[in-house]
Design a protein around this ligand. Structure first.
Ligand SMILES: Nc1nc2c(ncn2[C@@H]2O[C@H](COP(=O)(O)OP(=O)(O)O)[C@@H](O)[C@H]2O)c(=O)[nH]1
Ligand SMILES: [Mg+2]
Length: 369
């Protein structure tokens, strides 16, 4: 079995030689054709130079270089190269900074040998761990990413959706359209996992300890976080018919909201009074539409009466949120037309509305397993 460990690098001069050596050491006990592919984005610190000098000693070290677009773009380039030019059967995703331990490679590979298509080195299954000294923010970021992958993108049954240490069969990768994933950064991890699940592959999670890097800096940036949020919603939009219906209802609600708002203003009503009434009317409209269409097929715990009460509570909260946004924007940007403030106020209200209604008001009774 030809196996290629893909190491994306950006300014990893301090780590690259030692991680390659550590991997070579581990390879000695593995009974497969083991290779390393460094995907470097022309690191200014000269990471590629170090790799080239190591290539003189190791025939199984490969290097491709490109323009820096992001971690996902680097992995896509690496995976394409590994499965076509290098004809790999299995690829690994792995950080070059020792966050993932080289000695865990054989364990993940054994799981592939036993038939899995996709093996995750997981920090969040029993036996796995994240660094004890991770800051609250870092933990929140990692946990939040997994919660978003689960509840927004709808990936269920996987504990570590954002893991960056994984072994994947190229037979699976060849069935995936990378361009359709539409991701360049760290969001790639969740996008690829979701695409793999859509292919109906066999996925395994094995516990690993994630080690904090000692040299160099993390490259996770703000743009990665924004792309991550965009991506989980994009997955949701494509894969969830319920959310599609909710979005259609929401769009019709926007027309109701802005229509009534404009009508009331034309009738001479003060805009601060017209706003909440228009919001409330659109919420009632949305509820009726959702109740009799979007969530119609759901078996819920509650009777319609209780659902009605819950819906009203959610409505008040959404109304408050929408109106607070309207007020804040009106005071901050008084010259902008009030319709714009009213329109922006719909956004936070819609998100809160959807989650509370989908997971509380219309919570589905779980089928007995
Ligand atoms: N080629 C390439 N590698 C990247 C890029 N961003 C991050 N990396 C590499 O991907 C791996 C994981 O990144 P790291 O900064 O350790 O992320 P963290 O572990 O989440 O803090 C490291 O080996 C980085 O050098 C990029 O844009 N291009
Ligand atoms: Mg790292």
């Amino acid at each position: 079995m030809k196996t290629v460990i893909i190491l994306p690098t950006f300014n990893e001069r301090a780590n690259i030689a030692s991680i390659i050596e550590a991997l070579q050491h581990v390879f000695m006990d593995i009974d497969h054709d083991m290779h390393i592919l460094v995907v470097d984005d022309r690191s200014p610190d000269g990471t590629a130079e170090v790799v080239r000098s190591l290539q003189a000693d190791w025939r199984n070290v490969h290097l491709i270089e490109g323009r820096k677009v992001g971690l996902g773009a680097a992995y896509i380039r690496g995976m394409r190269h590994a499965s076509t030019a290098l004809r790999a059967d299995v690829v690994f995703e792995m950080d070059a900074d020792f966050s993932h331990r080289p000695q865990d490679v054989p364990r993940l590979l054994r799981e592939i040998e036993s038939g899995a298509d996709f093996v995750i080195g997981s920090r969040y299954v029993t036996g796995g761990s994240i660094p004890k000294d991770w800051s609250r923010l870092r933990r929140l970021n990692s946990r939040g990413g997994n919660i978003a992958a689960r509840y927004i993108a709808g990936i269920s049954g996987i504990k570590d959706c954002t893991a960056g240490f994984r072994a994947i069969r190229t037979s699976l990768l060849r069935r995936i359209d990378f361009t359709a994933l539409r991701v360049d950064g760290y969001a790639f991890q969740v996008a690829l996992l979701h695409a793999a699940l859509e292919q109906g592959c066999s996925i395994k999670e094995l516990p690993v300890d994630f080690i904090e890097r000692e040299r160099g800096e993390s490259k996770l940036g703000l743009s990665d976080i924004f792309e991550f949020i965009k991506n989980v919603w994009w997955i949701r939009l494509r894969s969830s018919r319920t959310f599609m219906k909710f979005a259609v209802v929401g769009a019709s609600g926007i027309i109701v909201n802005l229509g009534f708002f404009t009508l009331f203003m034309m009738l001479g009503l003060n805009k601060y009074i017209a706003s909440p009434i228009a919001i409330e009317l659109s919420i009632v409209w949305n509820f009726l539409f959702n109740n009799y269409w979007t969530f119609r097929g759901r078996k819920t715990h509650d009777r319609t009466r209780v659902r009605g009460v819950k819906f009203n509570l959610v409505s008040v909260l959404a109304l408050g949120l929408s109106y607070a946004t309207f007020l804040a924007l009106s005071f901050s940007f008084p010259t902008v037309p009030p319709q714009i403030h009213q329109l922006i106020g719909i956004l936070p209200a819609t998100l809160v509305n959807y989650f509370l209604n989908a997971y509380w008001t219309f919570k589905q009774i779980k089928p007995v397993q």
